[in-house]
Design a binder for this molecule. Structure first.
Ligand SMILES: NC(=O)c1ccc[n+]([C@@H]2O[C@H](COP(=O)([O-])OP(=O)(O)OC[C@H]3O[C@@H](n4cnc5c(N)ncnc54)[C@H](O)[C@@H]3O)[C@@H](O)[C@H]2O)c1
Length: 298
């Protein structure tokens, strides 16, 4: 059945692919962003998520102008997917990344819940595990990084994402809405597979992100599965492909770059260190786009 989905941040790197995936699966999407999206199937409502009034208004808006439809009344919304954000440190000053991400997410979740929308998916980040933007390279407490991990980042971007997860949890508790946070790994667009050989030549380069990645189309799949899976309350899911973004076996990466970190689970030869097992088990996530389909190895 067609779902009506309000999508924030659909004009961005990750959002544009996820929006396209949702539309291809037959769903209706309204993009909520400060910038337009170049997709003839999707309208953008220019909205600043840091302004709560605009967010309440946008989430209760028409989804499109279907010129020949009998009614232009706003229809019930099935889900909100919230990707709009400043996506790392060093784009804005630290207080701005924190303000925009933490207040923007608060505004989106609060408006969705108070407008009676029963499903909210938010973009969290692998940076919450505290390795990516740590002052100095840092060992995690264990591998693989899973959703039970006591996340403790030191940077303002990842801190905003941890706060957003707490906001999601509070509102899910408050009224029983399903709110799932996706801790997204490094997003790879289809044209970016050309970068992989350079990364293979310098295997330490992606150490801080623990060699994680998610194909942007697989991010579409996990988002849709999260929209379709009801009744889980508040949840966090890592969103990563099955393998790492390195051509070296996972055991070799650990031996060379994280020799002192305990490994808590038995890992497959190339298995991701940003565990996707919970998403596989609970959402039925099944990534389709390994880099091995697109990159030649010698
Ligand atoms: N790209 C990655 O590798 C990655 C990894 C982990 C998590 N994430 C998260 O995924 C989401 C999408 O990331 P991305 O890489 O597509 O980032 P992006 O910067 O390409 O896209 C973000 C979008 O949000 C919009 N936006 C920013 N501030 C806004 C505001 N105040 N009001 C309305 N819209 C606003 C921007 O215009 C942009 O279209 C973000 O939440 C990011 O933190 C991304």
């Amino acid at each position: 059945m067609t779902k009506r989905i309000m999508f924030t941040g659909g004009s961005g790197k990750a959002g544009r692919h996820v929006v396209q995936y949702l539309v291809e699966q037959g769903h209706q999407v309204l993009n909520i962003d400060t910038k337009p999206l170049d997709n003839p199937k999707v309208r953008t409502l220019i909205t600043d998520i840091t302004d709560s009034g605009q967010v309440f208004n946008a989430l209760s808006s028409y989804m499109g102008l279907h010129e020949f439809d009998p009614s232009l009344r706003p229809q019930p919304v099935d889900a909100v997917v919230h990707f709009a954000a400043i996506p790392r440190i060093m784009i804005t000053p630290d207080n701005e990344v924190f303000r925009i991400n933490a207040m923007g997410t608060y505004n989106v979740i609060e408006a969705a819940v108070k407008l009676g929308i029963r499903k909210v998916i938010i973009a969290s980040s692998e940076t919450t595990y505290g390795l990516v933007f740590a002052n100095e390279p840092r060992d995690p407490k264990y591998f693989p990084l899973d959703e039970e991990y006591d996340v403790d980042p030191m940077d303002s971007y990842a801190l905003s994402k941890v706060v957003n997860e707490k906001t999601a949890r509070a509102f899910a508790l408050r009224n029983g809405t399903d709110i799932y946070a996706l801790r997204i790994g490094n997003v790879i667009e289809p044209h970016e597979y050309s970068l992989f050989p350079k990364w293979f030549a310098d295997p330490g380069f992606r150490k801080r992100i623990a060699w994680s990645y998610i194909d942007a189309r697989d991010l579409g799949q996990i988002t849709l599965r999260a929209i379709e899976k009801d009744g889980l309350g508040y949840q966090v899911f890592n969103a990563a492909n099955d393998d790492t973004s390195s051509d070296l076996p996972t055991a070799e990466l650990l031996k060379r770059f994280y020799p002192n970190v305990p490994v808590k689970a038995e890992l497959g030869e190339y298995e991701t260190l940003l565990s996707n097992r919970k998403a596989r088990d609970m959402l039925g996530f099944c990534p389709e786009h390994s880099w091995r389909k697109y990159v030649k190895t010698t």
